[in-house]
Ligand binder design. Structure first.
Ligand code: IPE
Ligand code: IPE
Ligand code: MG
Length: 235
């Protein structure tokens, strides 16, 4: 867990397309099923005591998909925010969308701002949803804004959070989960995952479930995190 007890889990929710294709359905059906899984995992995460949950919903590189798929993904995200904000409010979950906003449809930006405003006082869990997110872009943009000498890592992180529209205190990632069987980061939270424990599962995102989350948390509980030091008992 992070120093301040802010347990931060990040998830690369991959495998929606394959889930649909295996059933002879269009890829968009996989995204619809994936959105249902988001709701379940958000609730399970709050119950499990996770303080910050960051979900990779749409990467900057996902703009390169066929436009009907991009459109359906963005529409789905807007629907998700419209339908889940009240539920988050009830569960004291603070919504925060990280990533660029200048390329998103105006309706989606309005929905983001509305969800963030309505849930700004919620304290049980931060739910960060990454949309039009690219870690490399964020780091470059923060570096461009930094442009003065002698900037500390802490101040750089503040700039990075500002670039990302991230609320304060999200902190480094403790556990990064990727579903769908691939073992890569796909430009997600490169700075924040410097000491994250990585967990990869073959489960496709729509099949992940609360059991999948608990399997990942159990695995994490058995890890030895050394942060470059030696463990006390072996020193
Ligand atoms: C993840 O599922 C959702 C997004 C990237 C938006 P994919 O759509 O990448 O599903 P696969 O990897 O093609 O199965
Ligand atoms: C990563 O999945 C992005 C999201 C889950 C939103 P991709 O399916 O886009 O990643 P690659 O192409 O397999 O690296
Ligand atoms: Mg994928």
């Amino acid at each position: 867990m992070s120093a301040a007890g802010n347990f931060h889990v990040a998830i690369i929710m991959d495998g929606n397309g394959r889930w649909a294709q295996r059933r002879g359905l269009p890829r968009s059906a996989g995204h619809v099923q994936g959105a249902k899984m988001v709701r379940r995992v958000v609730e399970a995460s709050a119950r499990a005591g996770i303080r910050t949950l960051t979900l990779y919903a749409f990467s900057a590189d996902n703009w390169g998909r066929p436009s009907p798929e991009v459109d359906s993904l963005l529409r789905l995200l807007q629907c998700y925010l419209a339908s889940e904000t009240r539920r988050c409010l009830r569960n004291s979950v603070r919504i925060n969308v990280i990533g660029r906003r200048d390329r998103l449809p105006a309706g989606l930006v309005r929905a983001i701002e509305h969800s963030e405003l309505l849930t700004a006082h919620c304290t049980r869990m931060r739910l960060r949803i990454a949309i039009d997110y690219s870690s490399k872009h964020s780091i470059l943009e923060a570096a461009r804004r930094a442009s003065c000498n002698g900037l500390s890592a802490q101040n750089f992180e503040t700039l990075l959070a500002e670039v990302d529209h991230s609320v304060a205190g999200a902190g480094p990632v403790d556990l990064l989960i990727r579903t769908g069987g691939e073992q890569r980061l796909s430009d997600f939270l490169l700075w924040d995952c410097a000491y994250a424990e990585l967990y990869f599962t073959e489960a496709l995102w729509p099949d992940f479930g609360e059991a999948g989350l608990h399997a990942a948390l159990d695995d994490f509980a058995g890890r030895n995190r050394r942060f470059g030091k030696v463990l006390a008992e072996t020193a």
